[in-house]
Each structure stands twice: as structure tokens, then as C-alpha cells.
Design a protein around this ligand. Structure first.
Ligand code: 6FA
Ligand code: ABL
Length: 536
């Protein structure tokens, strides 16, 4: 059967979009390549200690770190060479849940947004109504395992930082710190899965297909007529048609949506040639005279991030999260099962902070810090007390000038062709400045020891020799930047009815971990699509 709207991908971009389109009464098909996540959506992956409940790995915030410690991590997309969630909720099913209301500057013309997006605030308000942030997700309103907050606060205060409820003042991002805010509700992962998806799936005019991969959009010149999938149950040969005035919306993520455009004959010639030479994808491409040349995959950004690992005698490293799956602290597990309260109601981060720094190019850049008990990696020859470790991840955010490129290789795996971190040396200079400020303040915190890098390595050498891939923050944006690949209504240039709504249209790095900025973008994007003439 034909649809008014086909939305490809059930990540944060796709869920906001599918919910708003179906709310407006349209006949909507939402297609997701992965399976269920939260228990409420049919997910069943859970540790033994949660047997008998419907709480899964994806529901329980305190299991977040186990995403990176599992022998069979089926939730990662296998054909994207960085972390990306391929299941209902996309990244929001597996991410750390840090959730920031975007500051106004993140939608400013300076950072690439069209002038018509300047009064964006109302769309963030719509998002807040659906997913309110909380910095105290435990159902008893208390915060747990807060030693990391207390120690890092001691490091920040002498530098003139002051405490805020961060999401009460999204525009204040210089020398502020606060409790980590999350998209959790009632002590459980929520985000768009427990909110937008929940209302969308309840509507009879929305159809959801999981375990179905869209291969390409089918187009005649500039007009999209439907999508090809790998699922014959969805339509003959896996094809789903659009209604005459129907539209397709790609929400497959920064890598996934770029690849779908390539496979549909839209993008730089070198990428389209790869698709053309592929035995399976080539025959589905439009004829060469219909190829559309757009900078798909260019202009990509991701925060460069550097981890600093410390010890302090006050810290409880929570066994570096290694036991939460098979051998959790009994009292904490019991408390969580009983009332979704306690340590397990929060993911690993405990404190976040921001600082505005000027580069030698006179451009401001904002540094974000995220601190958590434990560490992903430690390099030192000295002995240290493993039960006292914690990590500060320093990110460089709004204002970064480095850009990279996303593309596909001969196997059609999506990957960075040009890494986006520190391509402009000023970004590195600024992040180094921020790291030095933190290290210099350590003298104010008795007992605080930096173990990675240790005192045999300078900060400069540490950053210079940092393994490139570790700079990845999983916050990719920009591969289909608004103004370059899509117009101000999120429509792909030179097409009649193809749209993109996800992280890929965001033209520059937002201030914080991006899921809030992405869903806020989606709120305005889908409002524009609904208002745009010529649709269903
Ligand atoms: N962002 C935050 O704001 N806070 C965090 O704490 C945070 N943590 C993480 C994190 O710990 C990890 C490990 C990762 C990978 C990301 C994190 N992020 C965090 C970033 C955030 O999750 C992403 O920026 C955000 O999810 C991106 O949203 P998008 O809507 O742009 O894209 P997704 O990848 O989430 O969703 C795409 C969906 O499309 C997936 O469900 C995928 O399965 C589906 N899909 C892709 N190709 C498809 C196809 N061809 N056919 C059908 N479905 C497809
Ligand atoms: C994010 O926004 C990042 O994308 C994640 O990388 C980060 O989680 C979460 N938020 C929480 O701050 C980290 C884990 O804490 C590490 O243990 C892990 O090694 C790292 O992600 C992998 O990128």
C-alpha cells in the first residue's frame, strides 16, 4: 500500500518526525533496520539479576557502561565503522543519556543556520514538553555515587566556576558546572522511545516495520516514488510506493542518511561511482544523467575529545562498572528492582561543566567537561589505587572550525574518509589551553593525582600522540548540512519530495552532547515539512 510519508530510521530524528506527521493525520510508514530496545517495546536483553522484570539493558541507566563490555554487542550498526545504534531509538537506546537543552547560539546564522531558523526557541519548548530533562532521575529524588561530583567541584571552584542547574540556563555556558542532566524518566531510560514513539505507535495511521533496511529511494528524475528495502513482506520485492504527493524523510543518522543518498544517486561523483560499481546497489541507481551533485558527506564535525584519568582517595570507582552485569552490588540491585531508585537510575556521568575559550584566530570555542567514576583506558607505569579512579572527558564543542568527510568504501561500509578532529590546529591549541587550566588547578585539591597522562608525559605530548580514533565523541553532525545539501525546509536540493531530518542536517557542532539539539532540530524540521505546500 502507498503512504503519504515514509520515514527511514527510528532514531531521535525519525521518532520526533514520525510522531508529528502521524499526529497531523497523515498515513505514515516508519522503517527501522534494527529490533526492539526498551522492555516496553519488546526488548528482552537483560542480566540474570533482572529476570522476572521487564527491565532490559537498555532500560537501566546504570548498565550504560556495559554497552562497551559485551561479547555480543548486536546493537551496534555493523556497516558503520564507528559506534552507532542500529535498533529502535537509534543512538538514544544505547547512549549515555546526557541531555542538554540547546542554547540559542547553536541555531545562529554564525554557525550555519538559515536566517529563517533564528526564532528556534519555541521548538526546544515543544521538545521539553515531551521529554523534560532531569538531573535527579532516581525515583526518590536523591543522587547517588556523587564522590566524583564533589572532587571535580573542588577543581572547578578555584577557577571561578559556579554551580547551575544547567538546563535552567542553557545560554550560560562559561565557567558553569552542574549535575549531569539526563533524558531519563522514573529512573529508567526514556528519551524519544518512551515518549514520541509511544504516542506514534498507538495511532492507527502509523505503520512500523522493524528489522527492515531501506536500500535506496526510488526516483524518476527529481521525484521520489518510493523506497527499496530488503524486506519482501513490506511490499513486492521489498518496494514501498508513495502516494502521488507523498514524501520520503531520511532519518538514518549522519552516516546512514549520507549512504542512502549515495545509493540513490545523490552526492559527490566519487561516491556515486562506488555505488555504481557495486553488484547489488549499482543496478538500483538512477541513470547517470539523473545523478544529483551535492556535497553529501562533506562539512562533517564531531567533538574532539581527550580523556584525563585521575585518582582521589574519596572516589568510589564502582569497580569500574565491571560487575554491574553479572555481579552487581546486592543492595543497589535490590533497591533498583524495588523502586527504580539508587545508583542504577543514573548512567555513569556525574558532573558536567563548560568554559568559553578564545583561539589565536579570535574565534571563541566552548570546552565541555564530563566526569564519571571509572575509566575506559589507563596508561601509566606507576602503581595506583584502581578503586579510586575517575575520568574527566574534555570535549571541544560550539565554535570548532575543523571539518572532515564521511563516505563509503568499496564494501559500502560508511566511514570517515577524512577525520574531522583537529584539521584546524587552532582547535587543538584551544583544547590544550582548557586542559592546562584544569591541570593547573589540581594544586587546590589535596590527594588528587593525574595518572593518564602520568607525570612522565607532558600534556602536549599526550594530546599529540593521542590515538586518532579515540578523539571520536560519537557526536557526528553535518554530512547533509542545511544550506548545502538540504534547504531551509530540510528538503534535499534539486528534489521535489525528499527530506532529511536527523543529526546530519545540523551545520555545526552543538554545545553539548547532541541528542537534545537533534530532537529540537527535528521539531522545527517536521513543522516546516508539514507547512510546506505540495505535500499530501
Ligand atoms: N548524545 C547525547 O546527547 N548524550 C549522550 O550521552 C550520548 N552518548 C552517546 C554514546 O554513549 C554513544 C556510544 C553513541 C554512539 C552516541 C551517543 N550520543 C549521545 C549521540 C547521540 O546518540 C546521536 O547523536 C544521536 O542518536 C543521532 O541521532 P540520529 O537520529 O541522527 O541518528 P541515529 O543513528 O540515532 O538513528 C538512526 C536510526 O536509523 C537507527 O535506529 C538506525 O538503525 C536506523 N537506520 C539507519 N540506516 C537505516 C536504513 N538504511 N534503513 C532503516 N533504518 C536505518
Ligand atoms: C556521550 O555523549 C559520548 O558519545 C559517549 O562516548 C560517552 O560515553 C557518553 N556520552 C557518556 O558521557 C563514553 C563511556 O563513558 C566510555 O566508557 C566509553 O569508552 C566511551 O563512551 C566510548 O566512546
Amino acid at each position: 500500500t502507498p503512504y503519504d510519508y515514509i520515514v527511514v530510521g527510528a532514531g531521535p530524528g525519525g521518532l520526533v518526525t514520525a510522531d508529528r506527521l502521524s499526529e497531523a493525520g497523515h498515513k505514515v510508514l516508519l522503517i527501522e533496520r534494527g529490533g526492539p530496545s526498551l522492555g516496553s517495546t519488546g526488548g528482552t536483553t537483560q542480566p540474570d539479576w533482572l529476570k522476572g522484570t521487564n527491565l532490559t539493558k537498555f532500560d537501566v541507566p546504570g548498565l550504560f557502561e556495559t554497552m562497551f563490555m559485551d561479547a555480543d554487542p548486536y546493537w551496534w550498526c555493523k556497516d558503520i565503522n564507528v559506534f552507532a545504534g542500529c535498533l529502535l531509538g537509534g543512538g538514544t537506546a544505547i547512549n549515555g543519556g546526557l541531555y542538554w537543552y540547546p542554547p540559542d547560539i547553536d541555531f545562529s546564522h554564525t554557525y550555519g543556520w538559515p536566517p529563517s531558523w533564528q526564532s528556534h526557541h519555541q521548538y526546544t519548548d515543544k521538545l521539553k514538553q515531551r521529554i523534560p530533562s532531569t538531573d535527579a532521575p532516581s525515583t526518590d529524588g536523591k543522587r547517588y555515587l556523587m564522590e566524583t561530583f564533589d572532587v571535580v567541584e573542588k577543581l572547578l571552584r578555584p577557577q571561578g566556576y559556579h554551580q547551575q542547574t544547567i538546563n535552567n540556563n542553557p545560554n550560560q555556558k562559561d565557567r558553569v558546572y552542574g549535575y549531569s542532566a539526563y533524558s531519563f524518566i522514573d529512573g529508567k531510560r526514556a528519551g524519544p522511545i518512551a515518549t514520541y514513539y509511544k504516542t506514534a505507535i498507538a495511532r492507527p495511521n502509523l505503520t512500523y516495520f522493524s528489522h527492515t533496511t531501506v536500500l535506496n529511494v526510488v526516483r524518476e528524475g527529481s521525484t521520489i516514488t518510493g523506497v527499496n528495502t530488503d524486506n519482501p513482506l513490506i511490499g513486492p520485492n521489498g518496494f514501498v510506493p508513495l502516494n502521488p504527493r507523498g514524501r520520503v524523510i531520511l532519518s538514518a543518522g549522519a552516516f546512514g542518511s549520507a549512504r542512502l543518498l549515495f545509493r540513490s544517486g545523490i552526492g559527490p561523483r566519487d561516491m556515486l561511482e562506488i555505488v555504481k560499481n557495486d553488484r547489488n546497489a549499482g543496478p538500483n541507481m538512477p541513470a547517470e544523467e539523473d545523478w544529483i551533485d551535492l556535497p553529501v558527506g562533506e562539512n562533517v564535525q564531531d567533538n574532539p575529545s581527550i580523556n584525563l584519568v585521575f585518582t582521589h582517595p574519596d572516589i568510589d570507582a564502582y569497580e569500574n562498572w565491571a560487575n554491574v552485569w553479572s555481579n552487581p552490588r546486592q543492595a543497589d540491585a535490590a533497591q533498583y528492582i524495588d523502586s527504580q531508585s539508587g545508583v542504577f537510575s543514573q548512567s555513569s556521568p556525574r558532573i558536567n561543566f563548560w568554559r568559553k575559550l578564545m583561539g589565536s584566530d579570535k574565534k571563541p570555542r566552548w570546552m565541555q567537561g564530563t566526569a564519571r567514576p571509572g575509566a575506559a583506558s589507563i596508561t601509566t607505569d606507576f602503581p595506583y589505587n584502581a578503586s579510586n579512579i575517575f575520568t574527566i572527558t574534555t570535549y571541544l564543542a560550539t565554535g570548532i572550525t575543523s571539518r572532515g568527510r564521511i563516505g563509503i568504501d568499496a564494501a559500502l561500509t560508511a566511514r570517515a574518509l577524512k577525520n574531522p578532529w583537529f584539521t584546524d590546529p587552532v582547535d587543538k591549541e584551544v583544547l590544550l589551553k582548557g586542559i592546562h587550566e584544569l591541570i593547573d588547578a589540581m594544586e587546590h585539591v589535596p590527594g588528587l593525582t593525574l595518572i593518564t597522562p602520568d607525570n612522565t608525559t607532558t600534556i602536549e605530548d599526550y594530546v599529540d600522540n593521542y590515538p586518532t580514533g579515540w578523539l571520536n565523541s560519537n557526536h557526528w553532525v553535518g554530512s547533509n548540512s542545511i544550506g548545502k545539501v538540504v534547504d531551509e525546509n530540510t528538503k534535499v536540493f534539486n528534489t521535489d519530495n525528499l527530506f532529511v531530518v536527523d543529526a546530519s542536517i545540523i551545520p555545526s557542532m552543538p554545545m553539548g552532547n547532541p541528542q537534545g539539539a537533534i530532537m529540537s532540530t527535528a521539531e522545527q524540521g517536521v513543522a516546516r515539512i508539514l507547512a510546506l505546500q505540495g505535500g499530501p
